[in-house]
Write a protein that binds this ligand. Structure first.
Ligand SMILES: C[S@@+](CC[C@H](N)C(=O)[O-])C[C@H]1O[C@@H](n2cnc3c(N)ncnc32)[C@H](O)[C@@H]1O
Length: 304
C-alpha cells in the first residue's frame, strides 16, 4: 500500500508546483523552494559542516545530561508561558530550512518543522484507531502525547522517557489541558518489565528510537513480552537513503550522530521468522536541513 499516495495525495516524485500546492492546501504560506544551484550549495555546506563539526554520538552517555539540560529549560519556559510552541524544541541552527519531497524549502516560521510534523502525525495516528491505550516512548516534551490526547480524548495515553524533566513537563501539560497523561521513566537500553503494556495498546516512537543507534534489541524484546497491537515508529533509519548527493548528505550526518541503524533490516528478519508482520515502511520525504527525521515504520507481532 502506498500510504502517502492513498492518504495524503502526495505524488512520489512531486514537482515544485505540486509541493507548492500541497503546502497551500494545508494553508502554509511564506515559503520558497530553492533552485538547483542553491540546492547544490546547501548540500555542499551540510557536507562541510558534518565533516568539520564535533558531534557527540546519540549513544554517548553525555547525551543524557544534554537532554536533561534541554528539557529543564523547556520545562521552565513552559511553566511560565503555557504556550504549545515552547514545547517545540529547535534542534537546528537554521530552523526554517525543511527537506520536503527531495527539495529544500525555506520558511519564515521557526516552528515550521513541528507544524508540518503535526500534519503527518494526525494522519498516521489512524493506526491507533482501535487501541485503548497508546504508549509514547521517548516522549521528550510531550508534544506528541498532547496531539494523541487531542485526537483521541477517550484513549489512555502513557508518556515515557529517560529524562526526569519530561515527567515535570507532562505534569504541567496535564494541569494546562486537564489531561490525565501518565508518565513513566523508561530507558530503551534497560527496559523495565514492571511497566506493563496492556492488551489493545499501541506503541509510538517519534525521533526517539533514533537515540539507540544499533542497540534496539532490548526494546524489541521488551515489546515482544507484551505484544502490543501495533507499533508505529517515525524515525530516521539508514535503510531509506539512496546513492545520490541529496541523500548522501543525510547519511553522513546520520552516521556521525550514530542514529538508528539496522532496525528495518532486523524487522525484516523477524518477519521472515514469522515473529512479526510489517504493515508499512514509507519514506515521508520530510525533515529538517540535516536529515529526514520522520520515516514511517508500522508493524505488529504475530500471535503464537
Ligand atoms: C529527539 S527527542 C524526541 C522527543 C519526542 N518524541 C519528539 O518527537 O519531540 C529524543 C528523546 O529520546 C529520549 N531518550 C534518549 N535516549 C533514551 C533512552 N535510552 N531511553 C529513553 N528515552 C531516551 C530523550 O530524553 C528525548 O526526550
Amino acid at each position: 500500500m502506498n500510504f502517502l499516495r492513498k492518504n495524503y495525495g502526495i505524488l512520489k516524485n512531486p514537482t515544485k508546483k505540486n509541493i507548492c500546492s500541497w503546502l497551500s492546501s494545508h494553508r502554509i504560506k511564506n515559503f520558497y523552494i530553492e533552485n538547483n544551484k542553491q540546492k547544490k550549495e546547501r548540500i555542499k555546506k551540510i557536507l562541510n559542516n558534518v565533516k568539520k563539526k564535533k558531534i557527540t554520538k546519540v549513544t554517548n552517555l553525555k547525551r543524557k545530561k544534554i537532554w536533561d539540560k534541554g528539557w529543564k529549560e523547556v520545562y521552565l519556559k513552559y511553566k511560565i508561558s503555557h504556550k504549545l510552541s515552547s514545547l517545540f524544541p529547535i534542534y537546528q541552527p537554521t530552523p526554517g530550512v525543511i527537506r520536503l519531497f527531495n527539495e529544500f524549502v525555506i520558511f519564515k516560521d521557526r516552528f515550521i518543522f513541528d507544524k508540518l510534523s503535526t500534519i503527518f502525525l494526525k494522519k498516521i495516528f489512524f493506526y491507533f484507531r482501535d487501541c485503548k491505550t497508546i504508549f509514547d516512548f521517548g516522549c521528550g516534551t510531550g508534544k506528541n502525547s498532547i496531539l494523541l490526547k487531542k485526537k483521541f480524548p477517550q484513549k489512555n495515553v502513557v508518556a515515557l522517557d529517560r529524562s526526569f524533566y519530561s515527567s515535570r513537563i507532562i505534569k504541567e501539560i496535564n494541569n494546562v489541558y486537564k489531561f490525565d497523561i501518565k508518565f513513566k521513566k523508561f530507558d530503551f537500553f534497560k527496559p523495565n518489565l514492571l511497566i506493563k503494556i496492556p492488551q489493545n495498546s499501541g506503541v509510538l516512537t517519534v525521533t526517539a528510537l533514533e537515540q539507540v543507534g544499533t542497540k534496539f534489541k532490548n526494546f524489541l524484546l521488551y515489546l515482544k513480552k507484551f505484544k502490543p497491537s501495533v507499533i508505529v515508529n517515525l524515525e530516521p533509519e539508514d535503510f531509506f537513503y539512496k546513492k545520490n548527493l541529496y541523500d548522501s548528505s543525510m547519511l553522513k550526518f546520520h552516521k556521525k550522530k550514530g542514529y538508528l541503524t539496522g532496525y528495518i533490516k532486523h524487522l525484516k528478519y523477524l518477519e521472515k521468522k514469522k515473529i512479526i508482520k510489517i504493515i508499512c515502511i514509507q519514506r515521508l520525504y520530510f525533515g529538517s536541513e540535516d536529515n529526514e527525521a520522520l520515516n514511517l515504520i508500522v508493524w505488529e507481532f504475530l500471535n503464537g
